[in-house]
Write a protein that binds this ligand. Structure first.
Ligand code: HEM
Length: 475
């Protein structure tokens, strides 16, 4: 124990000294041409960034102040990184669809370590395309059909528990989305010991993402790596049982094992995945798909709660389905794919909440943007919040108004699921889960928020800090 505290102190000193050194001596010279300030040594502008991030308007206020002062492209030093922030449709076009290899994803060090080097999020070029092809099939509209009944039954069962209760929406949404993805990936039973282990490991992994990069016993990062290893041994067990022909299931893992995993000698299968690659990418899907869908579902309920007219119109759409005898347990695939107003409510939720407020990239080569030279190795963040609040595209951007999606929008003005080669591959699954859940919710319940607090959690995925506590009553 004493040793670990001492080691932590030594590491802290080393970290601080190297950060000072880096900040004072290695600040990219060419960044001098980019407007903006790098703030205080070591800390940069991290404090104002974090405090704005957790405020109701999120990093929008951080961005807006600086955009007014410096323009659409400005530099800063936040969270230990020299970063160029940029916004606007032009910048998104260049950054999101830029020639292959121009930029790569820019995960934080802890995220890189936990997900592993072969994760889709850490690959580029051909390797990235290959992994995208592998996950495209199970996440395609056709691939998702076989999970429809499971998701529908789970939504009904989850909501059965809500009647007359105080509900922390974020927590319940989290359990729902994690159970769905656990089932899709490895046919995990919704209840029981394995599910509990899966959930508790996942939660530790998830919270290690925004932690400090010290891998010492007791730190969130260290616990995250341990939980990742436990999760991997769970997967190893399932993989070896399946290879022995036990417990066949028609799920994502099975299709990876049968179609895409390397044989024992591995020689003839250069294009197939090693077990490590399979595990890194299963974990990637869990991480990328869970917090995002959970947050979307929670924000959606919150916005509906605050906008009774929108809720009324949405409810009419679902009551109509119900009246035709095609709702509730009879809800069908074709009904879910024909909920036009609900689809707009989902888009408006993703616009207003901007769950991933910026997309982070690393320049893999020199390029120019808005007349500024960006050098290889720099961090470049696309500020999506400002794009989603541009009054020229979205008049009165603070208003929750789903009908603004009646007309098609200009390209790169709505980035709820991103765009280009890294656009979200889970878009169909996310929409399916949310539409099914909202159908049952709108047909059965009304809800009243139990406190008014618009603060946001200071995590990578924007979520209401108070988890949106509500009292749920039957209609
Ligand atoms: C409402 C829920 C969701 C939202 C708002 C969302 C949003 C996004 C966005 C904006 C990106 C692009 C980020 C960037 O360009 O830097 C992305 C990427 C990604 N998403 Fe989603 N997502 C959601 C659900 C899911 C689900 C359910 C899955 C999978 C099961 C998933 C898997 C991924 C993966 C693997 C990537 C990385 C793609 C790549 O780098 O090629 N997402 N998501």
């Amino acid at each position: 124990m004493e040793f670990s505290i001492l080691a932590m102190l030594v590491l802290l000193v080393v970290f601080v000294v190297s950060a000072v050194f880096l900040h004072l001596w290695r600040s990219p010279k060419a960044m001098e041409d980019i407007p903006g300030t790098l703030g205080w040594p070591i800390i940069g502008e991290s404090f104002s960034f974090i405090s704005d991030f957790s405020s109701p308007s999120g990093i929008y206020s951080f961005m807006k102040k600086r955009q007014e002062r410096y323009g659409k492209v400005f530099k800063s030093f936040v969270l230990g990184r020299f970063t160029v922030f940029m916004t606007g449709r032009e910048a998104s076009k260049i950054l999101l669809t830029g020639k292959d290899g121009m930029v790569s994803l820019n995960l934080f060090y802890t995220g890189q370590q936990v997900l592993g080097p072969t994760s889709l999020l850490q690959t580029t070029g051909e390797e990235h395309k290959r992994l995208r092809r592998l996950i495209a099939e199970p996440l395609s509209i056709d691939g998702l059909k076989k999970y429809f009944q499971f998701i529908n039954a789970l939504a009904i069962e989850t909501l059965d528990q809500w009647e007359g209760r105080k509900v922390l929406v974020l927590e319940e949404a989290s359990t729902f989305t994690l159970t769905v993805i656990g089932h899709m990936i490895m046919s995990l039973e919704p209840k029981g010991e394995e599910q509990e282990k899966f959930r508790s490991n996942f939660k530790i992994i998830s919270s290690s993402f925004a932690s400090l990069p010290f891998k010492l016993p007791g730190t969130a990062f260290h616990r995250g790596i341990q939980a990742r290893d436990r999760m991997y041994s769970m997967l190893d067990n399932v993989i070896s049982k399946r290879r022995e022909g036990q417990g066949f299931q028609n799920d994502f893992l099975e299709s990876l094992i049968i179609k895409h995993s390397k044989a024992a000698d591995g020689e003839a299968d250069k294009d197939k995945l090693t077990d490590k690659q399979m595990k890194d990418n299963v974990l990637t899907l869990l991480v990328a798909g869970h917090d995002t869908t959970t947050a979307a579902l929670t924000w959606l309920m919150k916005f509906l709660g605050e906008n009774p007219q929108v809720l009324q119109r949405l409810r009419e759409e679902h009551m109509e389905i119900q009246a035709k005898g095609k709702g509730g347990a009879n809800l069908s695939w074709s009904e879910v794919n024909n909920m036009p107003y609900t689809a707009k409510v989902i888009s408006e939720t993703l616009r207003r909440a901007t769950i991933l407020p910026w997309f982070s990239r690393k320049a893999a080569q020199d390029f120019e943007i808005d007349g500024y030279k960006i050098e290889k190795g720099w961090s470049v963040n696309l500020d999506v919040v400002s794009i989603h609040h541009d009054p020229e595209i979205f008049p009165q951007p603070e208003v929750f108004y789903p009908s603004r999606f009646d007309e098609p929008l200009k390209p790169f003005s709505f980035l709820g699921f991103g765009s280009g080669p890294r656009m979200c591959p889970g878009i169909n699954l996310a929409k399916l889960e949310i539409s099914i859940f909202i159908h049952h919710l709108a047909c059965r319940y009304k809800w009243t928020p139990l406190e008014r607090d618009d603060s946001v959690q200071p995590t990578l995925v924007r979520m209401p800090k108070n988890k949106y506590p509500v009292l749920v009553e039957p209609l």
